[in-house]
Design a binder for this molecule. Structure first.
Ligand code: COA
Ligand code: AMP
Length: 629
């Protein structure tokens, strides 16, 4: 491929030629003659005249090329003590069968299907089945509560919802069907049918609008791939913004397929027949891209793992998976490694497994702290590669692309911008800052293929959220700096988004939930540093005058409220009742100041503060190291 500089220069000097060349890695029904369509700027479209089917590229073409007997997907589930390997031919057949079933339910090109499932192979099968018939899937993470699912159902307006009878969290069986029923009850839009995968751990009672997955596929004729426009949506993935209403990130077909296929070789150094294991969930972007689509587009083998890295049965599961399935590239969030390290500080469990085939560990989703980086590097003795991306971008913005050329690692930096990503750091006035100085990390438009073309049904919010802060640039929402060697350092979000155990959550949505409690006058939720999860939310609440409750009662109700409304994944376990919240003279709550104090920084008190005594009174509460009330 040449050096990193060569490849990056090629992508900036002639992006048209660069991406048309990358597009040759995809099988097209109609090959694109153009890469970028800028006629609707700032809405850019990639491969406007191309037609393809992403499922065909992920499955059928490998079977047609003689790879039908190669493992495509390994479902590995220590929590149910099961494993199943699907060859490319088997996975194609299962996907075609489920696609046929969806088609029989009247799902066609452009129709939406919401998928609310645990980490079972059928979740990936449902996604690919949608892609096969040109339907648009929207996967909702299983840890979200019915209210969050309902919000997404209302926004995506799906014809059909696909779910399962239950999920398994460690040793607990979580019934999904009652959550789905509640969500449909809450939603204004009513899907026509729900398809339920019955799992033996707990079967669900089916209602009049529910269909059993197994019955449905038994009767359905398999569906062929439907070629669609490259610019057609492949999926919608909701992600946290600064308010309670999530943003529906749209992913197109052509740009995504091209970018992901390209990234597999260039970034992750994975080719056909090699195995990638991504320890995440199909409910997150990492799962969409690097559990499902990218490894299959590349003709590789992907491991879909159901369980936590620790707990059931032990903290050696990632090593077992790597050894048993001959994983070359492992990818997860730093939190997973912190959890493993906590239970097995010396990494002794690695001794039980042959890890000689493991070549790289990629980490993303949150800041990689230097201790975790050094621990993993020393333990595994392979390159540990931090890389930075977002739901919006679909694939990494900044990485150390070992498939092109491995650069020396600087701990704390996910390394340099990937081809296609023209990264800059600007000050508040929109001027570039010198090397080493922090500012807003932005990307010059157009964004490369694979990144979001817009938000679902909300072009205005797309512009307001990402394109209006700095003319001609995409606002990432992260702050940080570039160093003299062009390495990027990501310091943290500039908005109300926090990252808890690698899961992106909105403190704004938690505040909306707390504020709904009848005793709450006002509140703030801030993300505070946590040794395991990176960050956890902490709620600070002022009660209405005259509220008399037993100590701890309101706090417990508030914790439960967030769990019921947003979901257990929000991990809000710490709520403190305080006499007042610090504000500016114009009434703005000083969240950043509180965050700084909570994290132990010598946070300056802004000159605009209304009453410094309020902050002083809060210091002991904010500084509390133990995050449980
Ligand atoms: N369905 C139902 N509940 C879920 C869920 C799901 N799919 N996912 C999480 N939850 C629940 C958990 O059971 C937990 O409930 P609890 O408060 O009753 O214990 C809660 O949501 C918080 O989950 P989590 O933040 O994952 O904490 P944990 O203590 O269960 O596990 C880690 C901690 C670090 C082991 C785990 O978060 C992890 O492996 N994270 C890294 C990998 C990853 O998925 N990254 C995503 C982006 S790459
Ligand atoms: P998500 O959309 O869930 O992928 O979350 C994206 C956000 O996670 C980014 O905007 C960052 O704040 C954070 N993030 C992801 N990867 C990294 C990384 N390697 N280093 C620092 N922060 C990261």
């Amino acid at each position: 491929m040449g050096t990193y500089e060569d490849v990056f220069r090629a992508s900036t000097e002639d992006p048209e030629a660069f991406w048309l060349k990358a597009a040759e890695g995809i099988d097209w029904e109609v090959a694109p003659r153009r890469a970028l369509d800028a006629s609707g700027a700032p809405f850019y479209r990639w491969f406007p005249d191309g037609r393809l089917n992403v499922c065909f590229n992920a499955l059928d073409r490998h079977v047609e090329a003689g790879r039908g007997e190669q493992p495509a997907l390994v479902y590995d589930s220590p929590v149910t003590e099961t494993q199943r390997t699907y060859t490319y031919a088997q996975l194609r057949d299962e996907v075609a069968a489920f696609a046929g079933a969806l088609a029989q339910l009247g799902v066609g090109r452009g129709d939406r299907v919401v998928i609310y499932m645990p980490m079972v192979a059928e979740a990936a099968i449902a996604m690919l089945a949608c892609a096969r018939i040109g339907a648009v899937h929207s996967v909702v993470f299983g840890g979200f509560a019915p209210h969050e699912l309902a919000v997404r159902i209302d926004d995506a307006a799906p014809k059909v919802v696909v779910s399962a009878s239950c999920g398994i969290e460690g040793k607990r069986v979580i019934a999904y069907k009652p959550l789905l029923d509640q969500a449909i009850e809450l939603a204004v839009h009513k899907p026509e049918k729900s398809v339920i995968l019955q799992r033996p751990q707990q079967r669900a009672e089916l209602g009049p609008d529910d269909l059993d997955w197994a019955d449905l596929i038994a009767d359905a004729p398999p569906a062929d791939c439907v070629p669609v426009a490259a610019t057609d949506p492949l999926y919608i993935l909701y992600t946290s913004g600064t308010t309670g209403k999530p943003k529906g990130v749209v992913r197109d077909c052509g740009g995504y397929a091209v970018a992901l296929h390209w990234s597999m070789g260039a970034v992750y150094d994975i080719g056909p027949g090699e195995t990638m294991f991504t320890g995440s969930d199909v409910g997150w972007v990492v799962g969409h891209s690097y559990i499902v689509y990218a490894p299959l587009l590349a003709g590789a083998t992907t491991v879909l793992y159901e369980g936590k890295p620790v707990g059931t049965p032990d903290a050696g599961q990632f090593w077992r998976v790597a050894a048993e399935h001959k994983v070359k590239t492992m990818f997860t969030a730093p939190t997973a490694f912190r959890a493993i390290r906590k239970q097995d500080p010396k990494g002794e469990l690695t001794a039980d497994y042959d890890l000689s085939g493991l070549r790289y560990l990629f980490l993303a989703g949150e800041r990689l702290d230097p201790e975790t980086y050094h621990w993993a590097s020393n333990l595994l003795n392979i390159p540990v590669i931090d890389h930075w991306w977002q739901t919006e971008t679909g694939w990494p913005i900044v990485a150390n692309p070992v498939g092109i050329e491995a650069a020396p690692v600087k701990p704390g930096s996910p390394t340099r911008p990937l081809p296609g990503w023209d990264v800059h750091v600007l000050n508040a006035a929109g001027e570039p800052v010198p090397a080493g100085v922090d500012g807003a990390i932005v990307v010059k438009l157009p964004l490369p293929p694979g990144s979001l073309p817009t938000l679902w049904n909300d072009d205005d919010r797309f512009i307001a959220s990402y394109l209006s802060a700095f003319d001609g640039y995409y606002l990432t929402g992260d702050s940080g700096h570039l160093d003299a060697d062009g390495y990027v350092f990501v310091m943290g979000r500039t908005d109300d988004v926090i990252n808890v155990a690698g899961h992106r959550l909105s403190t704004g949505s938690m505040e909306e939930t707390l504020a709904a409690h009848p005793d709450v006058a006002e509140c703030a939720v801030i993300g505070v540093a946590d040794a395991l999860k990176g960050q956890v939310p902490r709620g600070l609440v002022v009660l209405k005058a005259g509220t008399h409750r037993k100590p701890g009662e309101v706090e417990a109700e508030l914790v439960q409220l967030v769990r019921d409304r947003i979901g257990a994944v929000a991990s809000l376990k710490d709520v403190a009742i305080v006499p007042a919240l610090p504000k500016t003279r114009s009434g703005k709550i000083l969240r950043k100041t509180m965050r700084g104090i909570a994290d132990g920084h010598d946070e300056p008190i802004p000159s605009t503060v209304d009453d410094p005594a309020v902050i002083e009174a809060l210091r002991p509460v904010l500084r509390r190291a133990d995050h449980t009330p």
